[in-house]
Design a binder for this molecule. Structure first.
Ligand code: PLP
Length: 414
């Protein structure tokens, strides 16, 4: 890309790798399936292995198709580098695997994607301390920090109850204390928000969700924003300190997180995600507008007990959401009034699909406590603000009137 000109979000994604030069003038980066990479000169193979010159070693650590997607995500987040993984959980798992040791401490938002919560439970069983706090107020994060705290972990808009973390102030706190700030940006995507702007050092994106956008490929990524000073991180091994400090984190994550852990993104999935990413901004404009309209409709309906969507002025973090995000996201959740059966309601919907995914083009809807948050049990659910009747909606790109009609009709049957 011509560095002198600053292109907009979509132009950058659309033309970025082509302007860099794709083999044979292909407009899409081809799907490279080769696991191995042959070198005519054996010394060159050795020097690639020793990190003395760029090149590919073995498919588990990356290939040209994956690299092209990594560059795209880096541009979207305005970071310094990205590593892709097989899934979003692979990316978050790599943070634990590559950066934390027994005896370390993590402060995590208690409002979390269920599987991330489960991952922290595993980390605790392996000797890592995790304090769960209400991250909508920086004071709770600050109170939980100890001398061993290496990482503070939050989601931008929490899945599924849509609490918005006190992102800016937590960022300032982490910066002052030299703690690595990891922000899961899945719910906002880099189109709505770039965590770099609040001093996040690492950004998680579940590429499976809105970035890929079509529910046809799993993927995840970690982006180093360049905001964190890795010389302040206690757990970098000497091996990964050879390059400039800006590269220490990703060097260790690529080796200890991706190479050793093995949750590598498949090249065909990388292709699907890269194609999906071209329309991220367009899709987000539509889904966020649909979500706002649907949240407004549900809030006015007498059969609905509560609606959680940061775009509603009744949402406790509406002001922060309006200040930081370009729009308020595509995810909302709500509770029906006592005595109304959420399964009957779901079964009356004709368009919204009962399914566990989000960021799809289709509106997907799920009874949270009975499915994705079932395993954690009622006590932990209550502590996360998950009512037994909570319904999560991942709003798609359907025509707004059709979507609202679908919900109106299903509510009228209550
Ligand atoms: C889905 C999701 C993940 C995990 O992504 P997968 O690709 O499904 O592993 C992580 N964080 C959030 C907020 C998510 O919604």
């Amino acid at each position: 890309m011509n560095d002198k000109k600053h292109y907009g979000f979509t132009t950058t994604i659309l033309h970025g790798d082509r302007q860099k030069g794709i083999e044979h003038g292909s407009l899409h980066k081809p799907i490279h399936t080769s696991v191995a990479f042959g070198y005519a000169d054996a010394r060159q193979l050795a020097s690639v292995f020793q990190g003395k010159e760029p090149g590919f070693r073995y498919g588990r650590q990356g290939n040209p198709t994956i690299s092209a997607l990594e560059e795209k995500v880096t541009k979207m987040e305005q970071g310094v580098g990205t590593i892709c993984f097989a899934t979003g959980m692979g990316a978050i798992g790599a943070v634990v695997q590559a950066l934390l040791r027994a005896g370390d401490h993590v402060v995590s938002s208690s409002f979390l994607f269920g599987n991330t919560n489960s991952l922290w439970q595993t980390a605790m069983s392996q000797g890592i301390g995790v304090s769960f706090v209400d991250a909508t107020d920086v004071a709770n994060v600050e109170a939980a920090i100890t001398d061993n705290t290496r990482v503070v972990f939050v989601e931008t808009i929490a899945n599924p109850r849509t609490q918005v973390a006190d992102l800016k102030r937590i960022g300032e706190l982490c910066k002052a204390r030299g703690i690595l700030y990891v922000v899961d940006n899945t719910m906002t995507t880099p189109y709505l928000f770039q965590p770099k702007t609040v001093h996040a050092g690492l950004v998680v994106n579940a590429l499976t969700k809105s970035i890929g956008g079509h529910g046809n490929a799993l993927g995840g990524s970690l982006t180093d924003t360049g905001a964190y000073d890795w010389t302040r991180f206690a757990n970098i091994y000497e091996n990964y300190k050879k390059a400039a400090p800006l590269q220490w984190g990703l060097a260790q994550i690529r080796a200890k997180g991706l190479r050793d852990f093995g949750a590598s993104l498949a090249p065909d999935a990388a292709h699907h995600i890269a194609v999906g990413a071209e329309t991220l901004a367009l899709r987000m404009q539509r889904t966020t507008a649909n979500a706002l309209a649907l949240a407004g409709l549900l809030e006015k309906d007498e059969r609905v007990a509560a609606v959680y969507y940061p775009g509603l002025t009744s949402h406790p973090q509406h002001a922060i959401s309006a200040e930081l995000f370009r729009a308020h996201g595509s995810l909302l959740s709500f509770e029906l009034k006592d005595g109304l059966d959420c399964f009957d309601f779901l079964n009356r919907l004709k368009l919204a699909v009962p399914a566990s995914n989000l960021g799809d083009n289709r509106t997907l809807i799920i009874p949270v406590a009975h499915t994705i948050f079932y395993e954690m049990g009622p006590e932990r659910r209550a502590s996360m603000g998950i009512a037994e009747s909570l319904i999560r909606v991942s709003v798609g790109i359907e025509d707004t009137d059709d979507l609202l009609d679908d919900f109106c009709t299903a509510l009228e049957g209550c």
